[in-house]
Structures are given as C-alpha cells and as structure tokens.
Design a protein around this ligand. Structure first.
Ligand code: PEP
Ligand code: MG
Length: 582
C-alpha cells in the first residue's frame, strides 16, 4: 500500500485499455534510456571490471565529443563536457557503486543506477542553482555509461522495480514484449488506442492499462505515485487517502465478481437453450499456454507468431521458430492451435523494415510474406514441422483479394510438397483460414469462402480500415467506433457469406472478448470467439446465461438500427442485465 503523497491529486481521463486497478510509484520510461533489471551475478569482480571499461569508453566518447565541439563551436561551448568528465572522476560516486556491487551481489547496471539516482536526488534538492545543475550532468553521464554497459551486457535488460506503474509517451509492441513485467502493476501511455498492439499485450499480460491520456507527461513526475483504473480509463496522480480507500473497496468488489465467475468456469459452454459456442484464446507464445487450461479455452484461435520476431528484434531461423511453435503445440493437449502467419508491419516494426508514411496501409502481413519468399518459406516450414506434434490450423492475415489468397495457398502447398519430399508430412489435415480485416475482402467474401475452411474476422483492423480511423491514434480514438451501423452491416455480410458456403465464422479481434459485443456476435451467427484468455470468464458467464433465441433477437434488433448510440445502448442494456445475475 502506497503512502499518501503531499502533492495535489490530479485526475486524467484516457482510454480504458486493460481491466483492473493498479497502484504504485511511477516508472518513467524514457526512450533511449535502457531499462534496468536487478539480477544476482556470479562474480561481482567481473561486474566491476565491466564498469571500469564502461567508464574508460565513456571518457573517450565525451572527449571526442568535446574536441568536435571545440573545433566547430569554440572552447566555451565545450565547457559542459568538462563538467561531465568531472562526474566520471568523482571518486566518491565510483567507490560507492563498487561497494554496492560487492555488498549486494547485484549486476553493475542496477547498482550504478541506484547510486547515481541517489546522487541525482541529493543535487536536485539543493538550494544553490549551480549545484542543482550537477544533477543533470550526472543524469547525462549516467545514461552514457549505461549505454556502454548495455552494449556489453550478456543479458537483455529491462524491468521496472518495486511494483511500479510504467508511464510512457507510447509503448511500441516490441517494447511491451521485451519489458519484463514482474515489477509492473500498470501501464499508462499518453498515446495509443484500445486496439493498438501494446494495449492488446497489456490485456494478455493481465496488467491494468490506460492509454491515450492527453497531457500525461506534462504533469507526472518520477517520484509521483499513480493509480490506474483500467475499467474507467482513469489515471489518478498522487491519489489522496480517500481515493485510495475508495479504490480498495472497488478492488474487493472486482475480486468478488471474478471469484464468482471463476466458480462456473468449468461448466459446459452452452447457451440456456443448449446451443454450443466455442471460446478460444489469443496467444503470443508458449508462455501463454498455461492460460488455456486455466480458463478452459477450446483451443487457440489466434497465435500472433510475429511476437517471437519482436522479442528477438531479429528474423528468427527456422529452428528457432520451430522450437517456439513446437513448445506451443506440445502444450495444446490435442486442442487446435491456429497459427496466424507473420503479421509484421503496421505498428509492429522490426528494425530493418523500411520507414513508411502510412505503415498500416503499407508493407505488412501477407504482403510482406508474398514479397519475401525466404521469410515466408522459413515460417511455413517451421509451422508444418510443428504440426507433426498436434492439430494445427493456419490463417493468412490482411487478405484483400482472391488472387492474394490463392497465391498464399499455393505457396503453402509448395512448402508442404518440399517437406513431404524430406519425409515430413503432418498427420492431420490442416484447417486453412483467411483473416477478414480489409473491406475489399468483405466485398468478395463469397469467393474467398470457397477457398478456405474458416474466416477469422480481425475486427481491430477491419474497424480501422472500414472507418478510415487509425487504431492507435489517440486523437481520433472517439471515431474508432465499431458500433457504427456500417460496421455492423459489414460483419453481417461476412457471417452470412460464411454460413451460405458452410465455412466456420470466427472473430479474433478485441470485440470477441468484450462482454458488450460477444452476445451480439454469437447472435449474428459466429461460431468461435477468440480472445485474450483473461476475458474468457466474463464472456462465458454472459453467454451461458443467455438463450440463443435472445441473442438472435438482439442481433436482429441491432441490425435494424441506424444510429451508433442506439446500438450501444441496446448492447449495454443486454450485457448489464446478464452481469447483474452475478
Ligand atoms: C485484428 O486486426 O483484429 C487482429 C486480430 O489482428 P491484430 O490485432 O494482430 O492486427
Ligand atoms: Mg489485424
């Protein structure tokens, strides 16, 4: 429990991105500054040697910079670097760091950051302007030394400490996947939208998150305490004792609600009138597979395979991919794992992908794969090899036309033939699917349906492309509105085409796990909903306490409506009436 702060409480509204309430000291994620984890090391003397080398390298770096500035601007402009060099010669600071490493046995990055921060705090609190300036010198030099250390570090760095709330301008998906989250109690970002990939990852990590908080970085300080309400999309900086107390009550209510829902978790997935529905999990790698059993998911409806690429920040080899995929399939207990082929691009950028003015409209997903047969072939080989270990489905993201889908299928057939010639043939027939997330694909859904076993609707993208609203742009977040009648009718067209052609309809975008939307989707004829595993209990509860005829009439009524607000009201009423049963 955090103590009440003496600073005034500030409340800011953002977009609720991942449910739950989290509270803790601020961890300000500054771009370019490595995030440091705390680990026990085997040999403190090796750490100290690394520290000495980093200091020497930093001294070179600053001296070179100083010489350059002297040449280009003159001696007086370079004076700042003299102050920086003095920090590197501060015996007291350096000795204290070494003592810390030897006495704690922790890694040098962590000890150095701790000691440097103590120095920064002391100088920042001094009366004298000149001495206060020293704080920024130390901060600057610390970041240079830290960059040197990170370059020589054998481990990937990153972990906010002591139950902190990560505060950032924006979190890229690769930052979210590489940031170890043991110490994180919540995420808050100034930018981003509910269906941006960082928000999706926060939900899958079950960490409360609020995104799109305008003006956040103007008011938050590193030594603030922050409370994040991921249900209301509210951020409270330096909450008063009263606020904290009221939130403790709210946390209890949430916990009670959750306990009750979890009690029913293992019951059959049937509506009140006995119609079965299938709830599946969206995963990002083997580490999420535990949730399949925990939440009784029927399988994996979306495996975001690009997460491995983002975690490694590199193109993994066939073997690396195979190991990861095999680990997922081995834990599936015979349930189908739906591999979504690589969906890099958009907001999921890998280092050497070129910059684009419109990344969401650009070199992304199936487009990239068809253009880079080397990458596509490697991935498909790894997936098909993993399919020897259990049932697997494959779906292609961002399909926009019949030709594109046929090309992808043909490519897959080629890879399967190649593997067969090596004696590798999966036992089970692999189910094939197309993601429907581009409006043009909806227009040709009848034709696409004849080529696949299932459709999986990527509502996150379909909404953005249909309404022309960037899913990660906080400025247009209020326009990102799936309850738009145009979107509802578009979905109806997809599900009707699927049904007519006896193709399974699945939804794997965020709407599938939203208790407001899941009843409507099932009412519209969707067979499978795939979601962040932690969303399964609520959705299951609502659907189990509804009859298929009720859901159908909800869908019929919504389809007749012409205004977003009406649609939202009706869905809200329905969902609330069911949740009240708890
Ligand atoms: C979607 O677009 O709805 C989807 C599931 O894919 P992603 O969020 O990974 O783009
Ligand atoms: Mg998508």
């Amino acid at each position: 429990m955090q103590a009440e702060s003496s600073r005034p409480e500030i409340r800011l509204k953002g977009i609720a991105a991942a449910p739950g309430v989290g509270r803790g000291p601020v961890f300000l994620l500054q771009k370019g500054m490595p995030v440091i984890s705390c680990v026990k090391v085997q040999d403190p003397e090796t750490e100290i040697r690394r520290f000495e080398e980093a200091i020497v390298a930093t001294r070179h770096e600053i001296t070179n910079l100083r010489n350059k500035v002297v040449d280009e601007l003159g001696e007086s402009e370079a004076a700042i670097f003299d102050a920086h060099l003095l920090v590197l010669e501060d015996v007291a600071l350096i000795d204290e760091v070494m003592k810390e490493v030897r006495s704690t046995g922790f890694n040098i990055e962590f000890c150095f950051q701790e000691v440097a921060q103590r120095y920064i705090d002391i100088f920042e609190n001094m009366e004298d302007d000149f001495l206060r300036e020293r704080a920024s010198d130390i901060r600057d030099v610390t970041s240079r030394v830290m960059n040197q250390l990170v370059g020589t570090s054998p481990q990937r760095l990153g972990t906010p400490l002591h139950k902190q709330v990560v505060v950032a301008k924006d979190l890229t998906p690769s930052e979210t996947v590489t940031l170890p989250t043991d110490g994180v109690v919540a995420f808050v970002t100034e930018e981003g939208g509910r269906t941006g990939h960082s928000a999706i990852m926060a939900r899958s990590l079950e960490i409360p998150a609020v995104v799109g908080v305008r003006g956040l970085l103007d008011v938050v300080n590193e030594d603030d305490v922050i409370l994040v309400d991921g249900e209301l999309g509210l951020v409270v900086i330096n909450p008063t004792a009263q606020t904290i107390e009221s939130y403790q009550a709210k946390e209890l209510t949430l916990q009670n609600r959750r306990d009750r829902v979890m009690k029913e978790i293992g019951m059959p997935d049937r509506t009140l009138d006995g119609v079965s529905f299938s709830l599946q999990a969206n995963i990002g790698g083997p580490e999420d597979m535990e949730d399949i059993g925990r939440y009784y998911a029927h399988g994996v409806g979306l495996y975001r395979t690009e997460n491995l690429f983002l975690r490694l920040d590199a193109w993994p080899t066939e073997e690396e991919q195979y190991q990861e995929y095999a680990a997922v399939v081995k834990q599936s207990n015979g349930k189908v794992i739906t591999f979504r082929t690589l969906d890099l691009g958009g907001d999921k950028r890998l280092g050497d992908l070129t910059d684009e003015a419109n990344p969401f409209m650009g070199y992304r997903a199936i487009r990239l794969c068809l253009d880079r047969p080397d990458i596509f072939r490697t991935q498909l080989r790894a997936i098909l090899r993993a399919a020897l270990l259990g049932p697997v489905a494959i779906m292609f993201p961002m399909i926009s036309s019949l030709e594109e889908l046929r090309k992808a299928k043909e490519f897959l057939r080629g890879v399967a033939t190649e593997l067969a010639s090596e004696g590798i043939t999966p036992k089970e027939v692999i189910r094939l699917g197309a993601m429907i997330e581009i409006p043009a694909a909806v227009a040709v859904a009848e034709e696409l349906a004849q080529e696949v076993d299932f459709f999986s609707v990527g509502t996150n993208d379909l909404v953005q492309y249909l309404l022309a609203v960037d899913r990660g742009n906080q400025r247009v977040a209020t326009l990102y509105e799936p309850a738009h009648p145009g979107f509802i009718r578009t979905m109806d067209k997809i599900f009707t085409s699927a049904k007519k052609n006896k193709v399974t309809s699945a939804v794997c975008g965020e709407l599938a796990g939203d208790s407001l939307w899941a009843p409507l989707l099932i009412g519209m004829g969707v067979n499978e909903l795939s979601m962040t595993p932690s969303a399964i209990p609520d959705v299951r509860f609502i659907l189990r306490h509804s009859s298929q005829s009720e859901l159908k009439s909800l869908a019929e009524n919504v389809l007749k409506m012409t205004e977003t607000a009406q649609i939202k009201n009706l869905m809200n009423e329905f969902s609330q009436s069911k949740l009240k049963l708890r």
